[in-house]
Ligand binder design. Structure first.
Ligand SMILES: Nc1ncnc2c1ncn2[C@@H]1O[C@H](COP(=O)(O)OP(=O)(O)OP(=O)(O)O)[C@@H](O)[C@H]1O
Length: 388
């Protein structure tokens, strides 16, 4: 029997266009903000979160100077950060840059599963999620959410889908408890708002206006608003970013409960432990494309059977070390003074590494055998380190 998919994205492309004079339009949260997406009223966007939480869309890596000057080549392509940026001269001589934020991305999410979307900053995660939420239009590709088109069928999807944005969708002056009850009132069978506030450690700030909540409290409230309507599917964009230990735990427990009750969860995160612990499927995105997808076990099973790690003085000649090891063994230094050797880890490999160190006067400290981790896979595929 065919697997039932909650989200299906095929060959998605999203290009942001930036003219020299201005920014690309932000999503129209007034028309489709978090509460509205959950069946609530229209909402007011905030340009940024308090307490350092970043905007839904930070300034792009593009500078005005990236576009070629008039009279030279019309187009120039370069890669900056994680995105491809194409300079372009518009008719009339205005300079523009195009950023391929999403570049042929495909993924699918089974009903009742938890999917974690990982990727370096600027990889295209939020853009993809916002297209699935119906807040942004794609340039091309196919998106189906619960079998429907997120924009055309937005009205039908709103009561069924919960959304937690990175920013936006809140009335700054409304009290936390009022706001949650308001959203709950727009749903046929909501969770008890008071109980949910209690669960997420918000009971004591129920009477505090949104703008006076701490960053972590604002985030917990956003999560509560995404789930209060008992959605079938929730999109959570970095749900634990900036939360304290208790906040992370509360959020994880809630996500685990959602999964147990059959809710499909799609979340973005930079935290390895979160992805590993919560998700049935991990999707790694880099430069607007999916570079790997599978369960944490499937992703970490591939490649080397194991690895050796040790600490030693910075700048060892890893090439020479590898010449002394069995064929097929790979290795690198990174971060400085930390060495990784990957291959078939057996007593011979261990002996060869220690023999090479001994003959080169190197004291290998903290030498240990490890299994490949999700972070190793991530670094291999994207070349970037995840924040933990
Ligand atoms: N409104 C916009 N206008 C122009 N460029 C944008 C806009 N929104 C996003 N971008 C650019 O598109 C690319 C992908 O951004 P996106 O927010 O989807 O990445 P992300 O993977 O969610 O990153 P992060 O981990 O930092 O949240 C980045 O280069 C970003 O600067």
């Amino acid at each position: 029997m065919a697997e039932v998919l909650a989200v299906e994205v095929t060959d998605l492309v999203k290009i942001y266009r930036r003219s020299a004079g201005g920014n690309t339009a932000r999503p129209r949260y007034l028309r489709a903000g978090t509460p509205e997406a959950s069946g609530g009223p229209a909402t007011i966007p905030r340009s940024s979160r308090a307490h350092g939480r970043r905007q839904a869309h930070p300034p792009t890596e593009t500078k005005q100077g990236d576009a070629p000057p008039p009279g030279r080549a019309d187009r120039g392509t370069q890669t900056r950060g994680t995105q491809t940026i194409e300079g372009q001269v518009l008719p009339g001589g205005e300079r523009a840059a195009q950023i391929r934020a999403v570049d042929g991305l495909s993924l699918s999410v089974s009903v009742g599963s938890v999917t974690a979307v990982l990727g370096p900053n600027g990889a295209g995660k939020t853009t993809t999620i916002e297209i699935c939420e119906g807040f942004r239009a794609a340039d091309s590709g196919e998106v189906r959410v619960l079998g429907l088109d997120p924009i055309r069928d937005g009205a039908a999807l709103r009561p069924r889908v919960g959304v937690m944005l990175q920013a936006g969708g809140m009335y700054p002056g409304a009290r936390a408890g009022e706001m949650l009850r308001l959203i709950a009132a727009h749903h046929a069978n909501p969770l008890d708002a008071g109980v949910l506030m209690e669960r997420l450690g918000l009971a004591e700030v129920a009477g505090v206006p949104f703008r006076r909540l701490s960053g972590g409290q604002q985030q917990r409230l956003s999560l509560a608003m995404a789930v209060v309507g008992r959605p079938e599917l929730v999109f959570l964009d970095e749900p634990t970013a900036g939360l304290d230990v208790q906040g992370r735990r509360d959020t994880w427990e809630l996500i685990e409960e959602l999964r147990l009750s059959g809710v499909t969860v799609v979340l973005t995160t930079h935290a390895m432990d979160e992805a590993e612990r919560l998700s049935d499927q991990v999707v790694i995105v880099n430069r607007g494309r999916v570079v790997a997808a599978g369960s944490p076990a499937e992703l970490t099973r591939g490649g080397a059977e194991g690895q050796l790690r040790f600490r030693a003085p910075v700048g060892l000649d890893v090439e020479r070390l590898l010449l002394a090891l069995p064929d097929g063994t790979t290795g690198r230094e990174g971060p400085s003074g930390h060495y990784l050797v990957q291959g078939t880890v057996d007593p011979q490999l261990l002996a060869a590494v220690t023999a090479w160190c001994a003959s080169n006067g190197v004291l290998a400290e903290d030498l240990r055998v490890e299994q490949r981790t999700l972070e190793d896979v991530f670094v291999e595929l994207t070349g970037s380190e995840l924040a933990s």
